[in-house]
Design a protein around this ligand. Structure first.
Ligand code: ZN
Length: 350
């Protein structure tokens, strides 16, 4: 994807000026007055609000690549920098950083070790997997409807396996360790570009609730909020395809998870999804986030109550959310996270 393509994909609205200059709402601060100026030809950018600046005077291509990477990083948007058509990269940096084209998604198949959990299970491991789901509030009807199972062996061993369908076709796999032993809680198939629980085009509502993970989707689904599609992205970054689908909704409700990463993720998503033709709302974290949980930990009544209290997203709302998280103790932990080890610095042996 070129810088020009990225800018038109992730920013909305865009004010076009002369010689490749555009103004957009800055993604590096809470600006909503289009104070970030980008030159998509030279890759030079500057925000008059937060003073963000980017550019490389020695190489236009490197300048564009630098800004491209900064925007993707900031918005947790998944894309790879490419040159304009017919352009040749003569910068020194290109020798190190090969400009790759986006790789096609491999065909996804269900793992051969997959065992459904909506049928009779007689082995201990299967029972444990089922118990894990029921403990998280997932109903047997949902297990059947969403084709949820588990694997005892193979790549997804000891994991709950949730297939991701798009228009009836298998497009990916999300898996969750149910033993609490693995350091990798979620293991997904590569290159999933769709959204989880997205209805077929003809059955889609004009409004949706955007959540963080598969278990949040299943929770909100149990609260049966009518008129809304209940979906989530897969992984922390949104892709251009996911963004394109999300932007077909007139109203998007982004559910903020009550921790720092969740709130920052929510703000980034809101920035990507804001637009003049779209109503963007957020379900706020509680004033005391320590007493808060993700939707999976709430009763149906609580989920509905929180949903009713959603508010219109603005830069001010982003500040309030950040404030609530900052006011809570730094050790805000979600249920089941305590076993996670802190990353150790790499030890080198000489
Ligand atoms: Zn700014």
């Amino acid at each position: 994807m070129t810088l020009a393509e990225l800018v038109t994909t992730v920013f909305d609205p865009i004010r076009e000026k002369e010689r490749g200059e555009v103004d957009v709402d800055c993604c590096f601060c809470d600006d909503d007055k289009m104070r970030l100026g980008i030159n998509i030809i030279t890759g030079v950018a500057h925000c008059f609000n937060c003073d963000f600046a980017s550019g490389d005077r020695r190489s236009v291509i490197n300048s564009r690549r630098l800004l491209f990477d900064k925007i993707c990083e900031q918005l947790t948007y998944a894309a790879t920098f490419t040159l304009e058509e017919g352009e040749e990269d003569t910068s020194v940096e290109s020798k190190n950083k090969e400009t790759r084209q986006e790789t096609p998604i491999p065909d996804i198949k269900m793992p051969k070790e997959f065992e459904p959990l909506w049928k009779n299970i007689d082995e201990a491991l299967g029972k444990r997997a089922l118990k894990y789901l029921l403990d998280r509030g997932v109903t047997t009807a949902q297990i059947k409807e969403h084709n949820i199972g588990f694997c005892a062996n193979g790549y997804y061993a000891y994991r709950i396996v949730v297939p991701v369908f798009y228009n009836g076709k298998l497009k990916g796999i999300v898996s969750r360790d149910f033993t609490g032993v693995s350091d990798i809680k979620y293991l997904n198939s590569k290159g999933v570009k769709t959204l989880y629980n997205l209805p077929a085009k003809s059955k889609r509502n004009s409004k949706c609730i955007l959540l963080e993970g598969v278990f949040d989707v299943l929770a909100i689904e149990r609260a049966t909020i009518k008129g809304y599609d209940v979906i989530c992205g897969l992984g922390s970054k949104l892709s251009s395809k996911q963004l394109k689908i999300l932007r077909t909704y007139n109203t998007i409700v982004v559910w903020a998870e009550p921790d720092r990463a969740g709130v920052e993720g929510t703000i980034k998503r809101c920035k990507l999804l804001s637009g003049k033709k779209r109503t963007l709302e957020v379900v706020m974290p509680l004033i005391d986030p320590e007493t808060d949980t993700d939707p999976g930990g709430m009763s149906v009544q609580e989920m509905r109550r929180r949903f009713r209290k959603r508010i219109l997203y603005t830069a001010g709302v982003a500040a309030i959310m950040r404030n609530r998280i900052a006011l809570s103790s730094p050790a805000v932990k979600k249920k089941g996270k305590s076993w996670q080890k802190k990353k150790q610095p790499i030890q080198y042996r000489w």
